[in-house]
Design a binder for this molecule. Structure first.
Ligand code: HEC
Length: 134
C-alpha cells in the first residue's frame, strides 16, 4: 500500500471514530442520575398506574435488560410513554413518565444523585441504561 493510501485509510477511520464518539451517551445510570424524592413520586405513580399489570420484578429481569440495557434511556422513555399504561397509552405527563423511570432505576439499585432525571430527548439520549451487576 502506498503512503498516500495509508493516509486516506487512517483518515477515514478517525472520522468513523469521531462520529461514534459524538453519538455515544456520555453518562451512565450508575452516576446518580435521579433523586430519591423523584423515585418516591415514581413509586406512588407505579402503584396506581402500572402495578395492576406489572410486578416490580418485571423491571429487574433479563427480559427487561434485553430490551433496554446498553441503550440510551430515551429508548425506555419512548417505549413507556408511547405504549404504557397498556390500557391507556400516552395518558401521563412526560414528567410522570420520567418519575416512574426513576423508580425503575431505584428497583435496580442504581444510586440516587442531586439532580432529577430530566425530561427531553437530548438529555435522556445522553444517559445509557445498564445492568446493575455488570
Ligand atoms: C393494562 C395492563 C398494563 C399496564 C397498566 C401497564 N402495562 Fe406495561 N406492559 C403490559 C403488557 C401486556 C406488556 C407486554 C408484555 C410484557 O412485556 O410484560 C407491557 C410491557 C411493558 C414494558 C416493556 C418491557 C420490556 O422488557 O420490553 C415496559 C417497560 C412497561 N410495560 C412499563 C410499564 C409502566 C412503567 C407502566 C405504568 C406507567 C405500565 N407498563 C403499565 C401491560 C401493562
Amino acid at each position: 500500500m502506498t503512503a498516500k493510501a495509508w493516509g486516506l485509510g487512517l483518515g477515514a477511520w478517525a472520522w468513523v471514530g469521531l462520529v461514534l464518539v459524538a453519538q455515544a451517551p456520555s453518562k451512565s445510570v450508575k452516576a446518580g442520575v435521579y433523586t430519591a424524592a423523584q423515585s418516591d413520586r415514581g413509586q406512588v405513580l407505579f402503584r396506581s398506574k402500572c402495578a395492576s399489570c406489572h410486578a416490580p420484578n418485571r423491571f429487574t429481569d433479563d427480559l427487561f435488560y434485553a430490551s433496554f440495557a446498553g441503550k440510551p434511556l430515551w429508548e425506555m422513555f419512548d417505549v413507556i410513554s408511547d405504549t404504557m399504561p397498556e390500557d391507556n397509552p400516552a395518558s401521563m405527563k412526560p414528567e410522570e413518565y420520567v418519575d416512574v423511570m426513576a423508580y425503575l432505576l431505584k428497583l435496580n439499585n442504581f444510586p440516587t444523585g442531586n439532580t432529577e432525571l430530566p425530561v427531553g430527548k437530548d438529555a435522556l439520549s445522553a444517559i445509557v441504561m445498564e445492568k446493575p451487576f455488570d
